[in-house]
Design a binder for this molecule. Structure first.
Ligand code: NAP
Length: 329
C-alpha cells in the first residue's frame, strides 16, 4: 500500500508523464497563415498528431486584408479573416490542436525537437516553420512613436480611418500602388513617394495608378522625418538627387516597402539567407533533418496566399514521407 507522499508523487509522476504525452506531437507547426493551416489539414488527415502554435494573433497577414479576389474557389471573393477562419475550422475538423501562443524558443539540436511558449513546452518529431513575414519598417525617427497614430503598414486595415485627409504612401512596388489606389476611396489626396524614378510594380497597377486623378507621384525621394503632436501632421521628405527637403502636410503615412521574414527565433539554429529567409534545400526541407519550412518565411518571390497554401501542402507531404521513413528518430 502506498503512503500519502508516495501516492502524491505517483500522481504527480502520472500528471508529468501525461503532460509529456499530451505535449508530444508528430508535427508541430509554428505559424498560422495559409501555409501552416494547409499543412495541418494534410498532416491531421494523415492521422499525424499535429499542433499549430499560432502566435498571439492567429491567421497571419490575411487577417489584415479586406477582399481576397484571387483565391480559387470563391467566385465572389472572400474577406481575409473569413478565409482564415474557414482554414482554421477545416484544420480543427481533422483534429489539429491549435495553441494561441507565441513561441519563445526552439531547440532543434536534438530530437524530439523542443518548442517553448510562454506557458508550455512541446516535443515534436518534426517541425514546420511557417511564421511568414512582416512589413518592413523605414527605420526613421518618429516611425515607432507614430505607429498606429498616423503611420500604418496596412492601408486595407486602416484606410477607412483617414477619410478626407492628405495621405502619403511610401514604396514603388505592387503593394504601394495597390494601397495608394485603395486609399483614394478615403483620402482627399494620395501622394506616392518613391526612392527612384521607376516603379517596380506591375504594368497594370502602374496604369491604374497613373490614370487615377487623386494619385500624385513624388520621385527620387525618401522620408526623413515624421512630425506631429499626438498624431502625424506632416512628413519631411528629401530629394535623393538634389538633397532638397520638403515638408508635406499629411494625416497618414502608409509604409509599403516590402516585407521581412519572421525568423529571429531560428537564427543560429537553421540556415537563413543574407536577408533572413529560411533556405530550403530539397523541396521544403531545411538544413536540419525533420525541420521543414513553407510560405513567406522562405518565399520572397511569389508571396501569395495560394502559393503559401501550396507550399504548406508540399511540406505536409514531405513531412509525412520523412516520418514514415525515419519514424522521427
Ligand atoms: P516589393 O516588390 O519588394 O517592393 C518594395 C518597394 O519598396 C520597392 O519599390 C522598393 O524600392 C521600395 N523600398 C524597399 N525598401 C525601401 C526603403 N528602405 N525605403 C524606401 N523604399 C523602399 O514589395 P511589395 O510591393 O510588398 O510586393 C512584394 C511581392 O508581392 C511582389 O512579388 C509583388 O508582385 C507581390 N504583390 C502582388 C500583388 C498583386 O499582384 N496584386 C499585390 C501586392 C504584392 P526599389 O524599387 O527602389 O527597390
Amino acid at each position: 500500500m502506498m503512503n500519502l507522499a508516495e501516492d502524491v508523487a505517483a500522481k504527480s509522476d502520472d500528471t508529468a508523464s501525461k503532460n509529456v504525452i499530451d505535449n508530444h506531437f508528430d508535427v508541430a507547426i509554428i505559424g498560422s497563415g495559409p501555409a501552416g493551416y494547409t499543412a495541418s489539414i494534410y498532416t491531421s488527415r494523415a492521422k499525424l498528431k499535429t499542433i499549430i502554435i499560432s502566435g498571439s494573433l492567429p491567421g497571419g497577414q490575411l487577417m489584415t486584408t479586406t477582399d481576397v479576389e484571387n483565391f480559387p474557389g470563391f467566385p465572389n471573393g472572400i474577406t481575409g479573416p473569413e478565409l482564415m477562419m474557414n482554414m482554421q475550422q477545416q484544420s480543427e475538423r481533422f483534429g489539429t490542436k491549435i495553441e494561441v501562443d507565441e513561441v519563445t524558443s526552439v531547440d532543434f539540436k536534438r530530437r524530439p525537437f523542443r518548442i517553448k511558449t510562454g506557458s508550455s513546452e512541446y516535443l515534436a518529431k518534426s517541425v514546420l516553420i511557417s511564421t511568414g513575414a512582416s512589413p518592413r519598417k523605414l527605420g526613421i525617427k518618429g516611425e515607432s512613436v507614430f505607429s498606429g497614430r498616423g503611420v500604418s503598414y496596412c492601408a486595407t486595415c486602416d484606410g477607412p480611418f483617414f477619410r478626407d485627409q492628405e495621405l502619403l504612401v511610401v514604396g514603388g512596388g505592387d503593394t504601394a500602388l495597390e494601397e495608394a489606389t485603395f486609399l483614394t476611396k478615403f483620402g482627399k489626396s494620395v501622394k506616392v513617394i518613391h526612392r527612384r524614378d521607376k516603379l517596380r510594380a506591375s504594368k497594370i497597377l502602374q496604369e491604374r495608378a497613373f490614370e487615377n486623378p487623386k494619385i500624385e507621384f513624388i520621385w527620387n525621394s525618401a522620408v526623413v522625418n515624421i512630425e506631429g503632436q499626438n498624431k502625424v501632421a506632416s512628413v519631411t521628405i528629401k530629394n535623393i538627387k538634389t538633397g532638397e527637403e520638403t515638408v508635406l502636410n499629411a494625416g497618414g503615412l502608409f509604409v509599403a516597402i516590402g516585407h521581412e521574414p519572421n525568423t529571429a527565433l531560428f537564427k543560429g539554429q537553421i540556415n537563413l539567407d543574407e536577408r533572413g529567409y529560411v533556405i530550403i534545400n530539397n523541396n521544403t526541407k531545411t538544413n536540419i533533418e525533420g525541420v521543414f519550412a513553407a510560405g513567406d518565411v522562405h518565399d520572397h518571390r511569389y508571396r501569395q496566399a495560394i502559393t503559401a497554401a501550396g507550399f504548406g501542402c508540399m511540406a505536409a507531404l514531405d513531412i509525412e514521407k520523412w516520418l514514415s521513413e525515419t519514424k522521427g528518430k
